[in-house]
Design a protein around this ligand. Sequence first.
Ligand SMILES: [Zn+2]
Length: 314
Amino acid sequence: MRKYYIGIDVGGTSMKMGLMSESGEVLAEAEHLTQKEDGPDGVIARMVEDAKQLADGAGISWNQIGGVGVGLPGFLDIPNGVVKYLTNLGWRNVPIKEKLEQAWQVPVSIDNDANVAALGEAWQGAGKGVDDLVCITLGTGVGGGVIAEGHLLHGMNGFAGEVGHIQVDREGVRCNCGQIGCLETVASATALVRMAREAIDQGRETVLTAESLSAREIFSACAKGDPVASEIVAKAIDALARTLAVLSLVLNPSRFIIGGGVAKAGDVLLNPLREAYEKEAQDNVKQGVEIVLAKLGNRAGFIGAAGLLARGRK
Ligand SMILES: [Zn+2]
């Protein structure tokens, strides 16, 4: 009888993994260094062993494992289970699904990190019980994942949900993707810090100092009424609200889930975001829409990865 699933969230520095029941309960979890210098074969070999140990340690025999889901940070051929390119790890053209299925003899599914985080929140977090939602992660970059009518959306090339690269400012700065003025260049933690540094360099009056710049410092200065911090936060919120308004027209979700380091600001971010969304979004699509914080933190990835199989691909 197969009743348990393993989810693995592979990041540039660490791999988080969890053993889960079919109903989504986390029974055991572990975190290991990725040690990317070992290359794909080395990392995959350790992943194989670590997952087996996780099950073993929880008293679950491997033949009770129904499948393993893996979240990966980069460009993937999801249906074929092939890594095309992982920026952080430098992997190219790795048939990871085939390698893992050979080693484990169970079904393996892969998906990108933003999608598994969205699926995790949808399955067991802030989106539990909701069929239409958009999850936006405001971290070093801006990631996104869309669940529409219960399905995790991928689109033709797996880029569905890449909301961080929606253009919000034609006159803005160049994004890592090559385009000008993506949401990521205005609303990521990196962007907030960049804008604060520019203001300091221009000699503007602010409590912020170049030595201790972080999204957290900026939100805390904003809460105290610092004009520079308030202006930066307002700019990010305006861009976010306009993005949510557009997404509402395309997808008509009932809930937006905001996660990542920037979301730790909590109400200082959410309250003005809700107000701005209320102004930007059309009446027909904004009724009953909730904007909430993500619940699972950095566990969302492995929970969603396990969900790729446990929840079934609807
Ligand atoms: Zn971009």
